[in-house]
Design a protein around this ligand. Structure first.
Ligand code: GLU
Length: 504
């Protein structure tokens, strides 16, 4: 391809399963490269393996790309519709004397391979059919089917890989490539080269697992008299144990991440950092920033570790950026499913404003969209449990410490006295909150601190049990914000419930 040819890249998934995060990363890098270069991204579904390709898989791949907003410019094209073009290329190579018919039976080849393996020698097709006389070839063709093989020439096949730099393979170690099987079906390498030629692909960007196909494909281009595209191979994706990412490590499909409550913008950002970085320490980046900064030269040669904690961190950042109304829309179905939704939470509903304030208060701590139904429960229902860790940390007290003076001012926790001491404190707080005229954040905080002060106790010894009473949790956004959002009547009832729990 001449340097000035407009950039054309393709994402070419085989629809034999879900959209793997590695596939999505390949799609994304092609997309970033195309956007950066003002080029075209083609989507080609490589569905020639009739036994393994499914409609459902095509659907999940398209859904996954759409969800991630990786938009393609041309396609989707289905490779199975261009089999005739693939066969025509094989015929051209036959006619040019660069390919030949092979009549060797698969069983015979297996036998030879096994024998070589037993003898400890590397097996490569022995070219039994390479120099058959033309009349013999005609005779055998009339008698039955034949495969077509490409004669791999001697010599070095070298290319300047866009990621790895100068890369070379020796022709001598590559066996003559099967182009057509004896049933006439084209093989992967033939189909890919034929389609990439027809689609005028200028840059092939794909996973490292394809690197050994590249010399074969370059040979086919050369034999067809066409200059090969540029190739760039992306590093494998590894688990945190540095082994190739697999189901063993957890979720590997894009859909699973969507269902777990990740935002598409977070996964998009995360995938862009799998084997690439802007080089200046930035991590959270918008689509535009990623596009502006992206280059294949900056892609790492070594495996990229998939660190789900980093993804979770990015996701929490993106959740925090979302307006509350958007979060409300995203979690609505889950809320309905949890039996927590009511129409007055929807736009125009009586509790809408209050509901958005609740989401606003919760979103800074949320890691996944799936956290919301759980975190919203105590706001939307009186039916919630005290979480074991909250009881353990803030309600169990320590019988021998007894005196409130010795309470740990930081946590108000284990040293905060036994259950009765905590109950007495909460009873006093209940009465103070019932009596205040100013039930605001500042007002309630003032009431609590004044009460603690008057009793010579730490404010924390009140705050932590109060949080457990209101939400059942050991941690939450600021407790006075929560108190006001829960409202006085419900807060008093919840303090009563906690006191009863402590005294039972
Ligand atoms: N269909 C191949 C795959 O899913 C990709 C082919 C290519 O990118 O050349 O692994």
């Amino acid at each position: 391809m001449s340097a000035s040819a407009p950039v054309r890249v393709r994402f070419a998934p085989s629809p034999t399963g879900f959209l793997h995060v590695g596939g999505a990363r390949t799609a994304l890098f092609n997309w970033l490269f195309a956007r950066r270069q003002g080029g075209t991204l083609i989507l080609r579904i490589e569905d020639t393996d009739q036994n393994r390709s499914t409609e459902a898989s095509v659907r999940t791949i398209l859904d996954g790309l759409e969800w991630l907003q990786i938009a393609w410019d041309e396609g989707p094209f289905f490779q199975s519709r261009s089999l005739d073009a693939h066969r025509a290329l094989a015929r051209r190579l036959l006619e040019a004397g660069k390919a030949y018919h092979c009549f060797c039976a698969p069983a015979e080849l297996d036998r030879k391979r096994e024998a070589a393996e037993k003898a400890g020698t590397a097996w490569k097709y022995d070219r039994t059919c390479l120099r058959l006389p033309p009349e013999e070839v005609r005779r055998r063709l009339a008698a039955g089917p034949a495969a077509v093989r490409f004669e791999v020439p001697e010599g070095t096949i070298a290319w300047d890989d866009l990621v790895h730099g100068p890369t070379a393979f020796e022709g001598a170690v590559i066996e003559d490539i099967v182009l057509l099987r004896s049933d006439g079906s084209p093989t992967y390498n033939l189909s890919v080269v034929s389609d990439d030629i027809d689609m005028r692909v200028t840059h092939v960007i794909r996973g490292d697992d394809h690197i050994s196909n590249t010399p074969k494909q370059i040979l086919l281009y050369r034999a067809a008299g066409i200059e090969p595209p540029r190739f760039g191979h992306l590093p494998l994706i590894l688990g945190t144990d540095k082994k190739r990412l697999s189901k063993r490590h957890g979720a590997v499909s894009v859909t699973e991440y969507r269902d777990k409550g990740y935002l598409p913008e977070a996964l998009f950002n995360f995938l862009a950092l799998l084997g690439w970085s802007p080089g200046d320490g930035r991590e959270k980046m918008t689509r535009q920033e990623l596009t502006d900064a992206f280059s294949l030269e900056a892609v790492n040669k070594k495996g990229a570790v998939f660190d789900e904690q980093k993804l979770e961190w990015l996701n929490s950042q993106y959740i925090n950026d979302l307006p509350a109304a958007r979060i409300a829309a995203l979690v609505r179905d889950d809320l309905v499913a949890a039996g927590l939704h009511s129409p007055d939470l929807d736009e125009g509903g009586a509790r809408r404003d209050w509901y958005l304030r609740v989401i606003e208060a919760l979103k800074a701590r949320a890691k996944l969209l799936g956290d919301f139904p759980r975190d919203l429960r105590p706001f939307l229902s009186d039916e919630f449990d005290y979480r074991p860790e909250a009881v353990e940390k803030h309600l169990a007290g320590s019988p021998q410490s007894g005196g409130a003076k010795t309470s740990d001012p930081k946590t108000g926790g284990p040293k905060a006295g036994g259950p009765e001491a905590i109950a007495a404190r909460m009873a006093a707080l209940r009465d103070a909150l019932a009596g205040t005229a100013d039930f605001t954040e500042a007002g309630t905080e003032q009431v609590l601190r004044a009460l603690a002060e008057a009793r010579g106790e730490a404010a924390a010894a009140f705050i932590h049990p109060l949080r457990v009473a209101l939400l059942g949790t050991a941690v939450s956004p600021g407790v006075f914000v929560i108190l006001v959002l829960i409202g006085r009547d419900r807060a008093l009832r919840r303090l009563d419930r906690l006191i009863a729990f402590l005294r039972k």
